[in-house]
Design a protein around this ligand. Structure first.
Ligand code: HEC
Length: 218
């Protein structure tokens, strides 16, 4: 009983309980930053739509699976990354890609809107469910709304009709954009992987250059 209590409560609490926001990386930036406004509310939209059933938000250490090779992160996830999360959406099934760094990988908001409305409109044969209820179909009055989805071919709405994101969709996309955890931390510095050999020199640009490696070849 005493050993369990120590091992499961006291030891983790001593190891991680005192973690705080810190100045990290070459730019000495504050990390992590609490989410505010729409991105903060978007975490709830993410949770209530069950995104975490198919997506993880945890990059495994190098050597454990192919997370690095897939471009899901530059370093493994650490407890510090989740300091300000109210509900940590770690997930445990990877039906879709890990989203811990999706805010770096896929930066085009319009892409996310179209993908959420109908994933097949962006990724041929996608198995991700559609989320059309996060959007509103409305007749075009005068000129089309600036935020109307750009859907082409078989996915285009009928003439005179446009599809616009609801508040929930906007919050969800703001949340996805905020998913970034690449700053080097004491416990997980940026490893010098095969892709980054050139950048991982003493150069202070290292982290910045390495970020570009996160871009997926879409
Ligand atoms: C039934 C499983 C499932 C659920 C639930 C699901 N997804 Fe996905 N998701 C996938 C699959 C499979 C892919 C890969 C194919 C694709 O890109 O469409 C994917 C891809 C993605 C991508 C692109 C990631 C990348 O790196 O290419 C994003 C962003 C995403 N999902 C967000 C979401 C959000 C937000 C939700 C909740 C509203 C969600 N997903 C719910 C299965 C799922």
């Amino acid at each position: 009983m005493a050993v369990t209590w120590y091992g499961m409560l006291v030891a983790p609490s001593r190891q991680m309980g005192g973690q705080q926001q810190a100045n990290v990386g070459p730019g000495n930036e504050r990390y992590p930053i609490p989410r505010l406004g729409p991105a903060h509310r978007g975490a709830e939209v993410y949770r209530s739509n069950g995104c975490a059933y198919c997506h993880t938000q945890q990059v495994r250490p190098q050597g454990y699976g192919s997370d690095f090779e897939r471009g899901w992160g530059l370093r493994m996830s650490a407890a510090q990354d989740f300091l300000f999360e109210e509900t940590v959406a770690l997930g445990q099934v990877r039906m879709g890609p890990d989203l811990a760094n999706v805010g770096f990988r896929l930066t085009d908001e319009a892409w996310h809107y179209a993908h959420l409305y109908n994933p097949k409109s962006k990724v041929t044969g996608s198995l991700m469910p559609q989320y059309p209820f996060l959007f509103k179909e409305q007749p075009i009055k005068g000129s089309p709304s600036g935020d109307a989805l750009v859907l082409t071919g078989a996915f285009a709405p009928p003439t005179g009709v446009e599809i616009v994101p609801t508040k929930e969709a906007r919050e969800l996309v703001a949340y996805l954009m905020s998913l970034k955890s690449q700053v080097p931390l004491f416990e997980t510095p940026l490893p010098a992987g095969p892709k980054q050999d050139a950048e991982a020199t003493a150069s202070s640009e290292g982290a910045g250059n390495a970020q570009t490696n996160l871009a997926l070849n879409r």
